[in-house]
Design a protein around this ligand. Structure first.
Ligand code: AMP
Length: 508
């Protein structure tokens, strides 16, 4: 089917397929999709893409609900030598205008409900529109039905682009991270080995597929291993627990684990067939890690990555999975912690900027050469924007995004340190520490606390509990209470939302 010299991710995924009848995906409504089906259907879709004018290197922007057809569309775009550009299903037309204008795709695939609104936007860049709904139906699948399955995978080089994923853009404009065929293939292969994936594995796939976690980590790793996945539209704790006796691996964001822990059905027995629970995309509280171990007997394996870099570090499969740490740099990945200003490497346990280098690291931001240049060091390391440290044993720890660092009276205050102290207070579920503009201090350390229902906590009791545990300059100037912290779909706390809400807190 493909020459082995072809670096196209599709050829690398399926080039040496031994048994096309092997199960690749199962859906809750009982559909079984084999590896052979993926190859055939992607061929039909790829033929249709070409008919609709998609050429090598063109972007195909896709904003559709998760479905098997959506995943196959991704494979087909890559196979056709085009660049897959998934978009969060929550984006509004107004936001889509920016992405489409910026990326200039030749084809936009959207939900039928959005087609009318998108037409004018697509017309601005000369893109055509096809539709695909949550059931995998629409003009795209109808068009593909009429095509033949044979398609010669377009030859691509290692550094050619396979995908552009826009970063979530919680500060400033969202940027398109350009990912090459080799970025994606090499990282998935590394993870297959590191996490010991085999063709016996069955992954519970409940993540969205417009994000690096669900699209690349979960799907590519499963497919490279010739394993199977059970494709769920979204997080549904009870359904996941019911599936565990037939599955072996779960990949989730921390919210998966906190939500699953709320179910009395999560037990040692219900999880006994599972071999691996993986968490990433946001910090897993050490508390959640411990609770999970106590309840199920499994230590969650936490890993760290980002849209721009794929996966960088992972706790070990065999060695100790340390709660609150994100593990070691993956094979082939170099990670270091440096002084953010001077770029000088720091000693073990010193907090600074995490920088990474390796075949996993992206090719730069789409049409932003200046921003790309600013985010790489001369020796090729990418400046992640995450602050952290590497301990004496070599485990990487993340203390938060650089932009979340609070500078109060000229002192650096790392929110995570204060959050850990607050979270340890009886009656606290979780907390977020932010910097809020303050006339005297530049920024005032401000704590937002989620109390347990019925807990008797107020500002004074929190401050009293912290007294003597934190240096004066780290003490929150105000403690506020909320029922929940704002989170995005990947489980990340949106501190920008909190900063906006409380921006006038210290205004005179
Ligand atoms: P995204 O590009 O949406 O995948 O977000 C990447 C960012 O998520 C990273 O730069 C980190 O700030 C954060 N992140 C990912 N994994 C972890 C983790 N295991 N612990 C803490 N933060 C994480």
């Amino acid at each position: 089917m493909n020459s082995p010299a072809n670096a196209n991710l599709f050829s690398r995924l399926f080039g040496s397929l031994d048994d096309p009848s092997r199960l690749a995906i199962e859906t809750p409504d009982g559909r079984h999709i084999s590896y052979g089906d993926l190859i055939e259907r992607s061929g039909q879709i790829a033929n249709f893409l070409v008919k609709r004018g998609v050429k090598t290197g063109d972007r195909v922007a896709v904003q559709v609900e998760k479905s098997v057809e959506n995943l196959i569309l991704y494979l087909a775009v890559v196979r056709a030598g085009a660049v897959y550009l998934p978009l969060n299903t929550a984006y509004t037309l107004n936001e889509l205008d920016y992405f489409v204008t910026d990326a200039e795709p030749s084809l936009v695939v959207c939900d039928p409900a959005k087609a009318e609104g998108l037409r004018a936007i697509a017309a601005k860049v000369g893109a055509v529109i096809e539709t695909l709904d949550a059931d995998g139906k629409g003009s795209l699948s109808e068009g593909a039905d009429a095509e033949k399955a044979d398609f010669a995978t377009v030859p691509r080089e290692n550094d050619d682009l396979a995908a552009i994923l826009y970063t979530s853009g919680t500060t400033g404009r969202s940027k398109g991270a350009m990912l090459s065929h080799d970025n994606l293939a090499s990282n998935s292969r590394t993870l297959v080995d590191y996490w010991r994936f085999t063709d016996k594995d069955v992954l519970i796939h409940a993540l969205p597929i417009y994000h690096t976690h669900g699209l690349f980590v979960a799907s590519n790793v499963t497919l490279f291993a010739r394993a199977a996945m059970i494709f769920l539209p979204k997080l549904d704790p009870e359904r996941i627990i019911k599936l565990m006796p037939r599955a072996t691996v779960l990949m989730g964001v921390p919210t998966f684990y906190t939500r699953l822990l709320q179910s009395p059905n999560l037990t040692k027995e219900t999880t006994s067939h599972m071999r691996l629970f993986i968490s990433g995309s946001a910090p897993l509280l050490a508390e959640t890690h411990r609770e999970w171990s106590a309840r199920t007997g499994h230590a969650v394996l936490e890993r760290y990555g980002m849209t721009e870099t794929n996966m960088n570090t992972s706790n070990p499969y065999d060695g100790e999975r340390v709660p609150g740490a994100v593990g070691f740099p993956l094979p082939g990945v170099s990670a270091r912690v440096v002084d953010p200003e001077s770029g000088k490497p720091l000693a073990a346990d010193e907090i600074g900027m995490i920088e990474v280098k390796g075949p996993n690291v992206f090719k730069g931001y789409w049409r932003m050469p200046e921003k790309t240049k600013a985010d790489f060091r001369d020796d090729g390391f990418f400046i992640t924007g995450d602050l952290g440290k590497i301990d004496a044993k070599g485990y990487v720890h993340i203390v938060g995004r650089g932009k979340d660092l609070v500078i109060s009276g000229g002192f650096n205050v790392y929110p995570k340190e204060i959050e850990s102290e607050i979270d340890a207070i009886d009656g606290v579920v979780e907390s977020a520490v932010i910097g809020v503009p303050h006339a005297d201090f530049g920024e005032g350390v401000t704590a937002v606390v989620v109390p347990q229902k019925g807990a008797k906590l107020d500002e004074a009791s929190i401050l009293h509990a912290l007294d003597g545990r934190l240096a004066k300059f780290k003490m929150p100037k105000r403690v506020l209470f909320e029922d929940d912290l704002p989170r995005n779909t990947m489980g990340k706390v949106q501190k920008n939302v909190l900063r906006e809400k409380y921006k006038a807190l210290y205004a005179k």
